[in-house]
Ligand binder design. Structure first.
Ligand code: G3P
Ligand code: CA
Length: 361
């Protein structure tokens, strides 16, 4: 396991602040409950986050969007038809519309067209019931949580479980929301300060696929910043400004050094870390981990899922919804030196981490 720092805490000094990336110990990669534990419960519900923590996740990961009245809530995208029962609610039928978000046309119901009071009447549903039929058992059972409710849950779980549960919020489509007059960042900073989480030792990472908002947040937050890197395309803010840099440019050694001027880690899509062979099977590490570590950046890879539909070709077993050899996938990435994994099945991630550690002992 490559460790970018000889100390238990990776200390990264930037111009106006000192940030500490605190991990359980220097050799222990983080398990991040991606949208909670959506392999077991509908994503972005308090039940999903709680299960992730109870399964051993170090962090829970809410994706953040914002309501018409300016309240941060957890959804993966502005369109809420795929993950709530809004489509079956006649009182909201006239809210269905088509919008363009970061250049992509979407039709459905959009979070920014609902007040928090209206959103509270909706219930979460499973996004991919064909792959996670068991989760549909819980359709209609859980509300859409606010970021404040997630931070309250984080505090409660930390007390009950006797260990600090971290929170890893992602600002979703920040330029889009800013363009609507509903910027995410002021609300994010306010909520973190309300919960005493804007301090260097706080168990918090803040992430985004865009760059401009992270540079802004770096000046306002004293917690680690994470630049997300997608396997293709470009950050929406760069594209909108005429900057032609793509994620592939950001992932070069020079791009990583630039990221390190405002961020402390990268959140990299898995294929950027370990290549795929032409047949879809798992190939060799790309060298991104070493390059990022050389730039002083930690590396958190996304997204690990047990279902064969999401696994490399050589690790699939049975039908798409059947679980494959996910443990081997974790082992390959952990041996490649990643500092954390975003997982839909944090229980499996913790098990794989333990197995790798036991073999190394
Ligand atoms: O934030 C890391 C990972 O969650 C990015 O992917 O689309 O699931 O938010 P997404
Ligand atoms: Ca995310």
């Amino acid at each position: 396991m490559t460790d970018p720092s000889p100390d238990p805490e990776i200390v990264h000094v930037v111009s106006v602040r000192t940030v500490r990336i605190t991990q359980p110990d220097s050799a222990t990669p983080l398990v991040i409950g991606h949208r909670g534990a959506p392999g077991h419960r509908p994503e972005h519900t308090l039940a999903s986050y709680e299960l992730a923590a109870r399964a051993g996740a170090d962090f829970i990961e809410p994706d953040l969007v914002i309501t018409a009245d300016g309240v941060l809530v957890a959804r993966h995208e502005p369109e809420i038809g795929a993950t709530t029962d809004v489509a079956s609610r006649p009182e909201f039928a006239d809210r269905r519309t088509t919008k363009t978000i970061d250049g992509v046309s979407r039709t459905g119901w959009f979070v920014e067209d609902f007040t928090l009071a209206e959103l509270r009447t909706l219930r979460a549903i499973e996004r991919i019931p064909h792959l996670r039929p068991g989760n549909a058992t819980y359709d209609g059972r859980f509300a859409i949580p606010t970021f404040a409710e997630i931070l309250t849950l984080r505090e409660q779980l930390s007390r009950r479980l006797g260990r600090e549960i971290g929170v890893y919020p992602e600002t979703k489509h920040p330029s889009y929301f800013a363009g609507l007059g509903l910027p995410l960042e002021p609300a994010l900073v306010t909520e973190l300060e309300t919960y005493d989480l804007n301090r260097p030792e706080a168990p918090v990472f803040v992430q985004s696929f865009e760059t401009t908002n992270l540079r802004l947040l770096r000046e306002q937050l004293r917690v680690p910043i994470v630049q997300l890197l997608a396997p293709d395309g470009a950050p929406a803010d760069l594209a909108a400004s005429g900057d032609r840099r793509c994620y592939s440019d950001l992932a070069t050694p020079a791009g990583l050094r630039e990221i390190a001027t405002y961020a402390d880690a990268i959140g990299a899509e898995k294929d950027l870390v370990v290549a795929r062979e032409p047949d879809g099977s798992l190939g060799a590490p790309t060298g991104l981990v070493e390059a990022a570590h050389d730039a002083g950046l930690a590396v958190h890879a996304y997204t690990f899922r047990n279902e064969s539909a999401f696994l490399p070709a050589n690790l699939r077993r049975g039908a798409a919804a059947d679980h494959g050899d996910a443990v081997t996938e974790y082992e390959v990435f952990l041996r490649a030196g990643v500092d954390g994994v975003f997982s839909d099945h944090p229980d499996t991630a913790v098990l794989a981490r333990d197995l790798v550690a036991a073999r190394a002992a």
